[in-house]
Design a protein around this ligand. Structure first.
Ligand SMILES: [Zn+2]
Length: 198
């Protein structure tokens, strides 16, 4: 039995498409990206992985998930650079896509038009619940969207966003392990109302 998102690997090896895997921090989105890319490699497809150059929290040239599963990647500064590396490639993975410029949308469309399977992983929302970077646009044009969820540390339900546990208004703070916690809607509302972290 082949699950829905991977059926096309065997039926249409060169059919371009866009898949988005998104969710909060600690939701397993990078793990899911790596899982899909590794399965493509097992199917002898040529895979290339990109991430924003700014995301160097663990390693310059590896995409690394929180559980230390990793895969070699190319750090790039702008989304347009992806097109320089993708001739002769079957599958393109893009991690931390929320940090890329809006040009990523056109880049993904062009890759898919060229017959490439594009798998994009990123945060759907920032710590205030605002849709993040090019992710909402990518979700709209994607062939398939997968939302993955962390577990709320307050009550054990599915989490809705990554709540920041320190008072800082900058949109991006790297070093996320200690600065954020996954919360469901109601625990997030409680945390905001009580200002318990400010
Ligand atoms: Zn909760």
């Amino acid at each position: 039995m082949i699950s829905g998102s991977e059926e096309h690997i065997f039926q249409f090896p060169r059919k371009g498409r866009i898949e988005v895997v998104c969710g909060s921090m600690f939701s397993g989105k990078t793990e899911e990206l790596i899982r899909r890319l590794k399965r493509a490699q097992f199917a002898r497809q040529r895979v290339e992985i990109f991430k924003p150059a700014m995301d160097s929290r663990y390693s310059e040239e590896m995409v690394v998930s929180h559980d230390k599963n990793q895969i070699p990647s190319t750090p790039i500064d702008t989304s347009a650079s992806i097109l320089l590396f993708t001739s002769e490639i079957d599958v393109v993975g893009i991690d931390e896509a929320q940090f890329f410029d809006e040009g990523l949308v056109d880049v993904c469309n062009q890759l898919a038009a060229d017959g490439i399977r594009v798998i994009v992983a990123g945060l759907d929302m920032d710590y205030k619940g605002v849709p993040f970077g090019p992710i909402p646009h990518l979700m709209a044009i994607a062939d398939e969207v997968t939302k993955v969820h962390a577990i709320c540390v307050g009550c054990g339900q599915l989490a809705y966003l990554s709540h920041r546990t320190v008072a800082d208004d900058k949109r991006v703070l790297l070093g996320e392990q200690t600065l954020y916690e996954p919360l469901c809607r109601s625990c997030y509302a409680k945390a905001e109302n009580t200002n318990q972290y400010e």
